[in-house]
Design a protein around this ligand. Structure first.
Ligand SMILES: Cc1ncc(COP(=O)(O)O)c(C=O)c1O
Length: 391
């Protein structure tokens, strides 16, 4: 492998959230950080080279997105996800969380209901409630070892004030890759009730062998017309600090509504380096992502084998996608805060505590495994020792 995912790179002291916010977030600056969703891997060399080349011009005034920027997104979506999109459908956003908030503003009114399916990425909740919209839960069901959408419950919570559903696809934190059938069923329900689907597909490229991501809007023209899709190179290529993402909106009226909000806020331009990095990543990144997924799959296999063999009290919910692993700690019988403190102060590892992901999250933790295997191995060893010491 030409890329070295095994290399341990010092990040502490670079003002990075994952390391340098540890004292604030965990009450200890010493934990092995396995929380916020960025990777401890070097950003690909072809991305860094593109940024360097642009920096050498030494002039960073207002800028336009190049034709190559759009074509690289179109090419990536066609090559990697089999979805043929048009240039006009692509709308820039300086991040997906801002986009979720702006979509809530663009497509709903105060008091309207928006459905989410917890346990789910928690900024979905604030994107709804911060703007005076009603948050409605359709919790995922856990059946036969896997998470499912509860379609019956979904229909039961919909009424005439329900205007939008936000789906995480693939799903953070439980790692599901929703099948075409599941997404079609969801689409049918939303079509029947006139509900807009906000499909947050930021993790779309990080899918393990055996599963295939289907963009929700690629499942049919009718579904495409009610769907706003969010994608970004940020998770895939470790570019979160560049605040660059895209919405794909085939429906012209929906596009206009979103553009009105983002233009009013004057945040539709983004930054030069994000645009340059995005273009390079989508144009040249196929092999890098393929190798990244092989490495992550190795990390996942290591974690599964270590936990089932040496810490069987913890259950791994095996993800089909994403480098976040949802771990069931319920057999330890701890309250959420107690569990978090145990992991921080006894095991020395910093994970995301499950209850913040909403109903169904208490007793679980989310672990970020996008780190060199040696770091993962060290963290698991510490976890094993802490659990043993309790017995
Ligand atoms: C589902 C999901 N959406 C959005 C984001 C963050 O997006 P951004 O950094 O572009 O705001 C994350 C990051 O973890 C995520 O998991």
């Amino acid at each position: 492998m030409p890329y070295r995912f095994d290399e341990v790179i010092e990040r502490a002291g670079t003002n990075c959230v994952k390391y340098d916010a540890r004292a604030n977030v965990f009450g200890s600056a010493e934990v092995i950080p396995m929380w916020v969703a960025d990777m401890d891997f070097r950003t690909p060399p072809f991305v860094t080279a593109a940024i360097r080349k642009r920096a050498e011009h030494e002039l960073f005034g207002y800028f336009l997105k190049s034709e190559g920027y759009y074509q690289s997104i179109i090419g990536w979506m066609q090559r990697r996800h089999g979805w043929k999109i048009e240039k006009d459908w692509i709308v820039f956003s300086p991040g997906i969380v801002p986009a979720l908030n702006m979509c809530v503003l663009a497509y709903t009114q105060p008091g309207d209901k928006v459905i989410v399916q917890p346990p789910v990425y928690f900024p979905f909740f604030s994107a709804i409630s911060n703007h005076g919209r009603q948050l409605v839960y359709n919790p995922l069901e856990f059946i036969a070892g896997g998470y499912r959408i509860d379609f019956e419950h979904l229909e039961s919570v919909i009424d005439s004030s329900t205007k939008m559903l936000i789906i995480s696809s693939p799903h953070n934190p439980v790692g599901r890759v929703w099948t075409a059938e599941e997404l079609r069923q969801l689409g049918k329900i939303c079509l029947r009730h006139n509900i807009l689907i906000l499909s947050d597909e930021i993790h779309l490229d990080l899918v393990y062998r055996g599963s295939r991501h289907m963009p929700t809007a690629s499942l049919g023209e009718d579904i495409a017309q009610i769907t706003v899709t969010c994608i970004a190179p940020s998770k895939t290529f470790n570019l979160a600090g560049l605040s660059t993402s895209s919405l794909i909106i085939p429906n012209v009226e929906l596009r206009k509504k979103f553009s009105r909000v983002i233009d009013d806020l004057h945040v539709s331009n983004g930054n030069i380096f994000g645009a340059v990095a995005s273009e390079a990543a989508y144009r040249e990144g196929d092999q890098w992502v393929d190798e990244l997924m092989v490495y992550l799959e190795g990390n996942l296999a290591y974690l599964e084998s270590f936990i089932s063999g040496q810490i069987p009290q913890i259950k791994v919910i095996k993800p089909q996608a994403t480098y976040m692993v949802w771990l069931d700690f319920r057999s330890l019988g701890m309250e959420p805060q107690q569990l978090k403190d145990f992991l921080v102060f006894k095991a020395g590892i910093g994970l995301n505590e499950g209850s913040v992901f909403g109903p169904g999250g208490a007793g679980y933790m989310r672990m970020n495994i996008a780190c060199p295997r040696s770091v993962l191995a060290g963290a698991l060893e510490k976890l094993k020792n802490a659990v043993k010491a309790r017995e």
